[in-house]
Design a protein. Structure first.
Lengths: 208, 208, 208, 208
DNA sequence: ACATAACCGAGACGGTACGTCCAGTCTTCCC
DNA sequence: GGGAAGACTGGACGTACCGTCTCGGTTATGT
């Protein structure tokens, strides 16, 4: 005699359009390329996506959240192919990261949302979840692979290993971002070699 | 009966108020602390400074330029006191830099203007002149002092020395910025010691 | 082999909920009292009535039609009890009309739908059928009763009688509406006596 | 040594555009004719007037106030030319009033603002000041002229005279409005003759 | 019994206007 | 000519409703 609420979704009413989300994110990236962060307007994004402004506001709280989601997916391209040595692996992933950061849609947007996030804790959390933490895995994978190869000794204790991973992540990501956006110089092969040498030398010295 | 143009500038008419500039910049910093970058409006700054909006636009092209000038002066606090060793010097300056970056007015403004500068070359130049290059001298000074102390060998050739200085600068500034704004973790004594060890180890390995 | 249309309505499928109609009209009157015409929204009416917006639009074309129906029923209260003389009959019905017009739901709605009806012929027709013509019968009844009493001579010709009835109707209804809504003065006993005297005096003079 | 604030206007700053007001009111009347009250939007009016929306909101609180001002001027056309007799004077002014009320911009707007005014006391006051009371003078002038001609006896006491004037005003204005907008019948010569006869007969009977 | 068809609630949809805010400019009078 | 005041055009904001639609699901009739 139970009440029949056997709907698969549970929620009544018209379901949200499945295609709209991706259309909006794609339109956002397109608008970022053309207009940059500060001239991007949600009305324009809605028009490009063929969607009403209300639909957009129903799904995202504002420009910041929308842009984080639109850009986040680009960073998922990052991989860590095995290039035979720790140095080569690092150089490869740093170059990949620099290439993503050099795209106009990320270049203009990433710093802007980080700037906003200094006064907006939920946004900071969203950035961390959507972008930052997803890439930290690369550091951990690289370390694990280097240990398997015997290039690095096994981590002495987990706590110290985590702190080192965080440090490497801040150094590597920070250096590439600073070089690209602040110094406005290219992250080319030579720079990457120099940076990698510095980083590996430092790691060896620190653990030796 | 001719008009005496004894004004020091030679320009006719009332000279610009000397005090207004500093009042505006101070009002800008105050507004940055209270409102953050994105909610700061020029009208509000003008009101706080007791100045007409016209005056403000006569002296700065827009929000970006104004904020760069308002924040730049804060970075002039950076010094490089002699602490006896290269490591101590680095730790000291990194901590100073982190302290400046932790202030609400810089935290909210710096990434924002950098973000804007990705699409605005004159702004990028202004940031470089007002903020970035003033820090870079610290790297050069530190290197020179370390050479005098014998901690580092003399630069083999100028070109390579400049590239290394740039690299160190991007790594150090980038790491601190990333740690502070993206990872949102404190730049405390331990982190600075770890970072300095990494950096010096890397430098030694690279030059050895 | 013909289809049996033994249903009372003839239409197959689930019949419309009988209770919904009255719930909606009651909710409309309630919303009119609270919000007035211009802030009344159909979504709000639907919510108050515990009904989906779809249901509402299935039965009424829009706000205007709904409000006409909601208010029309209030005018059915108007009666013409025999008070012994034409003057007393007129005074009675004018007071009744004024009382209905003083209710907040009619006050805010009636002029609004009349305003809309100036650009919407079907709405004008609906108002006439639902509201206006129901009042006009009172004029005709009053005249007939006065003739039976001998207070007025029999109508000389039907065409003239109809024109006079229309005139009386416009004068009486118009005066009460104008007094109530435009002059915003009360239609009290004294005003009604003065008005009735004017009207009856005019009628006597015109027919004499 | 007094502060010199010898500006003629007294207020500092750029003065309001003198031409904008009339352009906006004219655009409002034009839009009323084309769109009617309910489809008239302030954005559209601003565009027609060649003015920014903010300018419009700076000067009027909303649609209601704007429309009252736009329409009020039309009623100032009403005059009371001397046609030789009280009856002729009344017929003349009633026809004028009906003609104004038949214009699309008044027809659609007047009832709408009256409807709104039922829930908005300041608006009611504005209507009274801008439109209603300005026309009440016609009743008083007509009475005075009729007294000079000897058609009506001098008012016995001022209080009663004022009440009679109010009554006449409500009856006349109300009847014309009702005939035009509710009954939707033309106010033609015959109707006006009948109405005037009724009114004058009633007045004579009441004062006799 | 079971299909058919109109009903129902909920709520997302594209669209339009709202009234506000700010940018950057212009116009006035004053110093 | 600089400066304070404030009105100006223009454009985006985020919200509220409109009237439509698309779901899952209900309730009648008709075979």
């Amino acid at each position: 005699m139970q009440s029949r609420t056997s709907s698969p979704t549970g929620r009544p009413g018209r379901p949200r359009s499945a295609t709209a989300d991706e259309a909006i994110l794609e339109a956002t990236r397109e608008a970022l390329v053309e207009l940059g962060w500060s001239k991007l307007t949600l009305g324009d994004v809605a028009t490009r996506a063929g969607v009403a402004k209300t639909t957009l506001y129903r799904r995202w709280a504002g420009k910041n959240e929308l842009v984080v989601d639109a850009v986040a997916v680009l960073f998922d391209e990052l991989e860590l192919p095995d290039r035979g040595s720790l140095a080569a692996d690092i150089e490869g992933v740093v170059l990949q990261f620099a290439a993503i950061l050099d795209r106009p849609e990320t270049k203009t947007a990433l710093m802007a949302v980080v700037a906003e996030s200094t006064r907006d804790a939920p946004l900071r959390e969203r950035i961390r979840n959507s972008i930052v933490d997803r890439q930290k895995r690369l550091v951990l994978e690289g370390r694990a692979r280097a240990e398997r190869r015997g290039e690095l000794p096994a981590a002495p204790d987990p706590r110290s290993a985590a702190a080192t991973a965080d440090l490497i992540f801040d150094v590597a990501a920070g250096a590439v971002v600073h070089r690209t956006l602040v110094s406005a110089e290219p992250v080319d092969g030579e720079w990457v070699r120099r940076f990698t040498a510095l980083l590996l030398g430092g790691l060896a010295a620190a653990s030796g």
